[in-house]
Design a protein around this ligand. Structure first.
Ligand code: DQA
Length: 150
């Protein structure tokens, strides 16, 4: 299935104006556009969704079944609190890469904990927008050459 879900959580709709010194000056539209263009180079299409609501993110993960081969997820602050999102990822069994624009491990201690990390195949953080492109590459690799990934 050559399709990926790019899922962004709370407050990420404000990218560009929200703490640009932490999250950069690019907007969510720009981020989603670069994801689509990058995935296209590998013959993949993307569906991009953003929600500030935990339940909507869970519904989007459930809805990815049969539609998307992988998920790139930046769950925002739900990363640090949501057992329900973790369970959703376990439930659908779709390879999911956790992404954060900032390096959550170099920030406040409450950001060091990630429930998503337990269910994700990997975590990329601290590389800004580039991290999403790295996550796409990891999923493309996993979905097209599964034996080359441990
Ligand atoms: C974030 C990091 C989270 O701790 C924070 O709550 C966010 C953004 C990031 O992309 O760096 O909303 O996920």
């Amino acid at each position: 299935m050559h399709s990926l879900l790019i899922l962004n959580g709370p407050n990420l709709n404000l990218l560009g104006t929200r703490q640009p010194e932490v999250y950069g000056s690019g907007t969510l539209d720009m981020l989603e556009d670069s994801c689509a263009k990058h995935a296209q180079k590998s013959g993949f299409q993307v569906q991009c969704l953003q929600s500030n609501h935990e339940g909507a993110l869970i519904d989007a993960i459930h809805g990815a079944r049969g539609r998307h081969g992988g998920i790139v997820l930046n769950a925002g602050a739900f990363t640090h609190t949501s057992i329900a999102l973790m369970d959703a990822i376990y439930s659908v069994e779709i390879p999911t890469v956790e992404v954060h624009l900032s390096n959550i491990h170099a920030r406040e201690s409450f950001r060091h904990q990630s429930y998503i990390a337990r269910a994700a195949i990997g975590q990329i953080c601290g590389f800004g927008r580039q991290g999403y492109l790295m996550a796409i590459d990891a999923l493309v690799q996993k979905l097209t050459q599964p034996s080359d990934v441990t």
